[in-house]
Design a binder for this molecule. Structure first.
Ligand SMILES: C[S@@+](CC[C@H](N)C(=O)[O-])C[C@H]1O[C@@H](n2cnc3c(N)ncnc32)[C@H](O)[C@@H]1O
Length: 359
């Protein structure tokens, strides 16, 4: 019997159908869940107690809110102080500023802890270090206070400092300074690191009066003062007296100052003037003085020139380096030999130092 002819494409279709796998069932995708913003995110929190995460977040939030509120309050106070008109604008004049220097007799013990943190924050220690390291030869530190510069002098074996004389009006401040020196350099180990010929003296007395000469019987190569012009009733006289103790016949002689006073910004000066009286009574320092004007006038009158001047912290911190002008050096060099002879005689007799009450 003849085979019925089946069209070729039907045969192919039948073969494919017999070898094809049954269709796989693809599970239907779950509809995406909407994100609930009130739910904490993260494996731990969702798995564990969600309130634990909320509690963990509460502390940083509370702390940052507290800091923010504190800062806001501080800025508000600052704004109010800056915009408050000054009740006594004349308080910036020296004639209005009472003598508050004796406050240091009472604050000596706490002085370092009172100023330490703010000086650290403001980078004042770096300024002290930079300035102290410029001292060379026989050095006089005037208004030395508790000796906040002690650790910065170049007094190592090869150091450039030959002697250090510390002077302050307050015996209590000098005592803290002396003890600090002993704590820093008093041990055998530390002493062995110092220049063997280094001489160190601590003295109580006013830098407005005659001060002892250097151990050589001559004037000093460097006179340094940090934060001292604010504390004396006569800053101009103090500057002039410093120059009188400087060996101005030496072109390398220097007066180095780190001071604080008026700013170049009116709103800062407004704050300073408004609070100056109270600050002076508590801390013994008038922080609203025009230090630049005082130093420039003293330099002009004593034959010195400013070789370096820097201001920091809105201009309230002043750094000065002064040296004798060339003509001053020449004039003084001629007079030095005669003066040296006179000083030698005084030192031999031991006369005027004891009469002046220097100890
Ligand atoms: C603000 S304290 C500065 C102390 C230190 N120089 C410092 O940088 O921390 C001012 C110091 O000047 C001293 N002082 C005030 N009038 C003085 C004077 N006429 N002679 C010497 N020291 C004086 C005070 O006793 C006080 O120790």
């Amino acid at each position: 019997m003849p085979r019925a002819a089946v069209p070729r494409h039907v045969v192919t279709a039948l073969r494919r159908a017999s070898t094809a796998r049954p269709p796989t069932r693809v599970p239907r995708a779950e509809p995406a869940k909407a994100i609930d913003p009130s739910q904490p995110i993260g494996p731990a929190s969702s798995a564990a107690d969600p309130s634990a995460f909320a509690r963990a977040r509460a502390l940083p939030w509370a702390l940052s809110s507290l800091v923010g509120a504190g800062l806001g309050f501080y800025c508000l106070q600052l704004y109010m102080a800056a915009s408050k008109p000054c009740r006594n604008p004349a308080i910036a004049e020296l004639a209005q500023q009472t003598d508050v220097a004796e406050r240091y007799d009472y604050t000596a013990a706490a002085f370092d802890s009172e100023v330490g943190f703010s000086e650290l924050l403001m980078g004042v220690n770096g300024l002290r270090k930079k300035l102290s390291q410029k001292c060379t030869g026989h050095v006089l530190e005037v208004s030395c206070g508790t000796g906040r510069n002690l650790g910065y002098y170049d007094i190592g074996k090869e150091g450039q400092v030959d002697s250090l004389t510390f002077v302050d009006l307050s015996p209590q401040m000098v005592e803290v300074c002396r003890k600090k020196w002993a704590a820093l350099f008093g041990s055998q180990k530390e002493m062995s690191r110092l220049k063997q010929t280094l001489q160190v003296r601590f003295m109580t007395g006013s830098a407005l009066d005659s001060m002892p000469l250097a151990p050589t019987g001559r004037k000093y190569d460097t006179i340094i003062q940090t934060m001292g012009l604010c504390s004396t009733p006569s800053p101009a006289a103090l500057l002039t007296n410093m120059v009188q103790h400087l060996d101005t016949s030496n072109p390398q002689a220097r007066i180095l100052l780190l001071e604080h006073g008026r700013s170049y910004m009116p709103w800062v000066n407004n704050i300073l003037d408004n609070s100056a009286q109270k600050h002076a009574e508590i801390h013994g320092c008038w922080y609203n003085r025009d230090i630049g004007a005082l130093v420039e006038e003293a330099a002009r009158q004593t034959g010195l020139e400013v070789v370096n001047e820097r201001r920091h912290h809105f201009g309230t911190t002043w750094v000065f380096e002064l040296k004798p002008k060339a003509e001053t050096v020449q004039r003084e060099a001629a007079a030095t030999a005669v003066a040296g002879e006179l000083v030698g005689k005084e030192t031999e007799s031991g006369g005027w130092l004891s009469k002046l009450g220097w100890s």
